[in-house]
Design a protein around this ligand. Structure first.
Ligand SMILES: *[C@@H]1O[C@H](CO)[C@@H](O)[C@H](O)[C@H]1NC(C)=O
Ligand SMILES: *[C@@H]1O[C@H](CO)[C@@H](O)[C@H](O)[C@H]1NC(C)=O
Ligand SMILES: *[C@@H]1O[C@H](CO)[C@@H](O)[C@H](O)[C@H]1NC(C)=O
Ligand SMILES: *[C@@H]1O[C@H](CO)[C@@H](O)[C@H](O)[C@H]1NC(C)=O
Ligand SMILES: *[C@@H]1O[C@H](CO)[C@@H](O)[C@H](O)[C@H]1NC(C)=O
Ligand SMILES: *[C@@H]1O[C@H](CO)[C@@H](O)[C@H](O)[C@H]1NC(C)=O
Ligand SMILES: *[C@@H]1O[C@H](CO)[C@@H](O)[C@H](O)[C@H]1NC(C)=O
Ligand SMILES: *[C@@H]1O[C@H](CO)[C@@H](O)[C@H](O)[C@H]1NC(C)=O
Length: 199
């Protein structure tokens, strides 16, 4: 019993410790939810939101295209921003209703009541394997705290047969339906200096 208790304490401490880890580095992200068909799908930026699959919407204004980044990957710099070249950068935020979003190039405009940051680094241990560190989200303690990341089906405008999944955080005002709650987003670290896109 004492052994069980101390094991429990160690596991508890481990999770507490792991949850306090910060979110840093440059990485692409995929959905982590081994039981779901969405597992492994890549997170791409397009239209100020993040979707699964497809390719990122990127743009490079330089006339000498050899100087443009490849623009075919959505690379995050921590969870505060995307790793892009455009002056001013592109900041990542979460709308009050939970849509994980980013600022348009050349604009620092963020809607009222948006959450900035609040991404967490959580640990999962599938099959008692080595720990896997995932990016997750938790509302600040000042509101009724909610947490979690979800992939929500969105019907493409004008095409009711095409469903794309958009990435949401479970904010207190989140109200999407038919979503899949995932364990988190798995970072895949990119080599230093590899820039995702100009914007
Ligand atoms: C999460 O924490 C672990 C353990 O410190 C660390 O190795 C990993 O890089 C962190 N993940 C991110 C995205 O910062
Ligand atoms: C474009 O940039 C490359 C790499 O710096 C350089 O070698 C090339 O001469 C440039 N081309 C033009 C037309 O400026
Ligand atoms: C992006 O493009 C570069 C250069 O064309 C290529 O080497 C790389 O494999 C591509 N990456 C992805 C994820 O498509
Ligand atoms: C856990 O183990 C089972 C049985 O070996 C396997 O089918 C499953 O894919 C494993 N899950 C993960 C997340 O590795
Ligand atoms: C928190 O929840 C309580 C009970 O459901 C509710 O009365 C209160 O308005 C909520 N506060 C916020 C900031 O959402
Ligand atoms: C709707 O999406 C399906 C599947 O991607 C495609 O085959 C079809 O052509 C699209 N229809 C329209 C009107 O865009
Ligand atoms: C969901 O929330 C959005 C933004 O707060 C709101 O405009 C919309 O009416 C809500 N939808 C439902 C079904 O409550
Ligand atoms: C939720 O999914 C079910 C089954 O796929 C579908 O019948 C229903 O229309 C969906 N509801 C919404 C609000 O998208």
């Amino acid at each position: 019993m004492a052994l069980l208790k101390s094991l429990f304490a160690i596991v508890f401490l481990w999770f507490t410790f792991a949850a306090a880890q910060s979110v840093a580095g440059q990485f692409t992200l995929t959905i982590y939810q081994p039981s779901s068909a969405l597992h492994g799908q890549i997170v791409n930026a397009a239209g100020e939101a993040f979707h699964l699959g497809g390719s990122p919407a990127s743009y490079c204004p330089l006339t000498n295209l050899t100087l443009c980044p490849a623009g075919n990957q959505t690379i995050f710099a921590g969870m505060g921003a995307m790793f892009v070249e455009v002056p001013g950068g592109q900041e990542v935020y979460t709308t009050s209703a939970g849509a994980i979003s980013y600022t348009q190039a050349h604009s620092a405009s963020i809607p009222p009541n948006a959450y900035i940051g609040d991404f967490t680094n959580v640990t999962v241990m599938d099959n008692y394997s080595a720990p896997v560190y995932l990016v997750n989200w938790q509302a600040p303690q000042t509101v009724n705290s909610t947490k979690g990341i979800l992939a929500c089906p969105q019907v493409a405008p004008g095409n009711s047969t095409t469903v794309v999944y958009q990435v949401y955080a479970n904010t207190p005002a989140f109200n999407q339906t038919n979503c899949t709650l995932v364990d988190g987003l798995l970072p895949h670290y990119t080599p230093p200096g590899v820039i995702g896109a100009w914007e």
